[in-house]
Design a protein around this ligand. Structure first.
Ligand code: SF4
Length: 281
């Protein structure tokens, strides 16, 4: 039986009101591109910040800060005008989980090559999107980043598996396409309705607790799950189906939700519609 998504709207709106805020932004990788004014700097910072956005927020924020600080006041310009020696210098000693300095160097050189060639990464998305929709646009961007740089960016850029939810690239697209007090809205080729939900394991679990997918989902999400969740949430807002992404992410980032019943459930806006509520009571 199809879940009645519309009954969730007031509860999701309450999550949005609480977490879709400047305060949440302070502990989100999106805070890095927002520090710049020029669109090319915002875009360069967004690519770097989203690439490192895996694992614990507190662990990856200083890494992003280190890379961007080394690129100076104008990371977009620094990349576009930079050479291999600069990328090596910036990447020197940057190790974060699966990412090594050569991976960082490859990410920087790939981004730089696309900025030099097209002035933006948007054309790489749009060429794939025009040929086959949003998933194809994401694959096209991943391929362009991987094939344009020197070396292998490793885990920093997805390998282009259409089964993968490509969470960080979906999030980058959200930042670049949606426009509000949070997202940047620099790219104009896609509409917010073209976006796919950036689905990680935490949001996947919460969506399952809300009946927006299989219950008790402990597996890693796949692209088909991101598409299914996006379609369900499009029933609430066809023009902006990923509207709740930032807020739902911060339900987890803030420590309010750990994906199962816990002491914070009583204060959670979703408690009356969450599958964990029996255990919470
Ligand atoms: S009620 Fe508890 S388990 Fe459910 S979403 Fe809220 S914090 Fe998470």
């Amino acid at each position: 039986m199809r879940p009645d998504v519309t009954r969730l709207k007031p509860f999701l709106d309450a999550v949005y009101d609480r977490f879709h805020t400047e305060e949440s932004l302070a502990c989100d990788p999106l805070s890095f591109p927002r520090q710049y004014r020029d669109p090319i700097d915002r875009e360069a910072a967004a690519v770097i910040a989203s690439a490192f956005a895996f694992g614990r927020v507190a662990a990856f924020m200083p890494v992003i800060d280190k890379v961007l600080s080394r690129l100076g006041e104008s990371p977009g310009q620094a990349l576009a005008e930079g050479n291999r020696a600069l990328f090596r210098e910036v990447a020197d000693g940057v190790i974060y989980r699966f990412a090594t300095p050569p991976n960082v160097e490859a990410l920087l050189s790939g981004t730089a090559a696309l900025l030099r060639r097209d002035g933006s990464l948007e054309p790489s998305v749009m060429s794939g999107f025009a040929a086959g929709g949003t998933v194809n646009g994401l694959l096209s961007l991943a391929d362009a980043l991987r094939s344009s740089g020197d070396g292998d960016p490793g885990f920093l850029v997805p390998v282009g598996n259409p089964d993968s939810p490509m969470k960080r690239l979906c999030m980058l697209l959200r930042w670049m396409v949606r426009r509000d007090g949070i997202d940047l809205g620099i790219w104009k080729g896609l509409r917010p309705s073209d976006l796919l939900f950036p689905l990680d394991v935490h949001v996947f679990r919460i969506s399952g607790l809300l009946g927006l997918g299989p219950a008790g989902q402990n597996n890693a999400p796949r692209m088909k799950d991101a598409i299914a969740l996006t379609r369900q949430l499009a029933e609430l807002d066809q023009e902006d189906p990923v509207r709740y992404d930032f807020a739902l992410s911060h339900l987890g980032i803030s420590g309010t939700c750990r994906g199962s019943a816990g002491p914070n459930c009583a204060d959670c806006p979703l408690v009356t519609v969450c599958g964990a509520r029996v255990a919470c009571d």
